[in-house]
Design a protein around this ligand. Structure first.
Ligand code: ADP
Ligand code: MG
Ligand code: MG
Length: 254
């Protein structure tokens, strides 16, 4: 069944149109990769899906689980089962990570009408998840994202995803400097979460991540649209031949 349907999406940052008619359909059980050159609008798309306030939708529709989520706030989208890392605060100095994670977890549990966990119960639960992801438990005592490296932030994002078990997760591999361990944790988290009931969208500039995660579809974005969709072999072709052969923009210098 269809989980996400994006139809003719247009969106602005300030007064500049960035997304110019993007179409995408994601069904349950699928993993989609969105690739494309820097500046093609991948992160903008992820942020518009999250309902980030700096991005204004100017046309089209976003149906999630059959529901128009356009007017929903980021936290309402999270309640509906959509996970995007930046729905949550980036840095909260002085708040320990385990407190932050429990707060995020319990908020979503409450919204879903499910049981909340007290600190001891949560501690068992989070440590179990961390074991599955090969994550160092020392992470729990750190201050939220304060002084986290890019790779550590990514690990924490995956841990949040593993805890919240969303229906649709959108991961933006914004950090090009992820080391191999961080990549493996991303891949583990994704491969553990993936089931026939949910779906994942991986936004990635690099083919590298797809050595560990096998997408059902690879999409290429250019100038705010998806200009090509194919199977996982497309990522390898992009790795070997770059983006120019696919580009609709014949004026671009190569
Ligand atoms: P990608 O993730 O594919 O590299 P982005 O979505 O980050 O692309 O950016 C697409 C275009 O939108 C770029 O031209 C970028 O400069 C512009 N853009 C994105 N976010 C902002 C912003 N907050 N303010 C101004 N311009 C932005
Ligand atoms: Mg970019
Ligand atoms: Mg980006």
């Amino acid at each position: 069944s269809i989980l996400l349907e994006v139809h003719d999406l247009h969106a602005n940052v300030e007064d500049t149109e960035i997304l110019k008619g993007l179409n995408l359909t994601v069904k349950r059980g699928e993993i989609h990769a969105i690739m494309g050159l820097n500046g093609s609008g991948k992160s903008t798309f992820a942020k518009v899906l999250a309902g980030h306030p700096a991005y204004r939708m100017t046309g089209g529709e976003i149906l999630f689980n059959g529901m128009d989520i356009t007017s929903l706030a980021p936290e309402e989208r999270a309640r509906a089962g959509l996970f995007l890392a930046f729905q949550y605060p980036v840095e909260i100095p002085g708040v320990a990570n385990d407190q932050f994670l429990r707060l995020a977890y319990n908020t979503v549990q409450r919204q879903r009408g499910k049981e909340e966990l007290d600190p001891l119960e949560f501690d068992d639960f989070v440590r179990e998840k961390m074991k599955l992801l090969d994550m160092n438990p020392g992470f729990l005592d750190r201050s939220v994202n304060e002084g986290f490296s890019g790779g550590e932030k990514k690990r924490n994002e995956i841990l949040q995803m593993a805890l919240l078990e969303p229906m649709l997760a959108v991961l933006d591999e914004t950090d090009s400097g992820l080391d191999i361990d961080a990549l493996r944790i991303v891949a583990k988290g994704v491969n553990q979460l993936a089931s026939q009931d949910n779906a994942l969208i991986l936004v990635t500039h690099y083919q590298r991540l797809l050595d560990y995660i096998e997408p059902d579809y690879v999409h290429v974005m250019e100038a705010g649209r998806i200009i090509k969709t194919s199977g996982k072999e497309l990522a390898l072709e992009l790795e070997a031949h770059g983006y120019d052969w696919i580009s609709g923009d014949k004026t671009r210098a190569s």
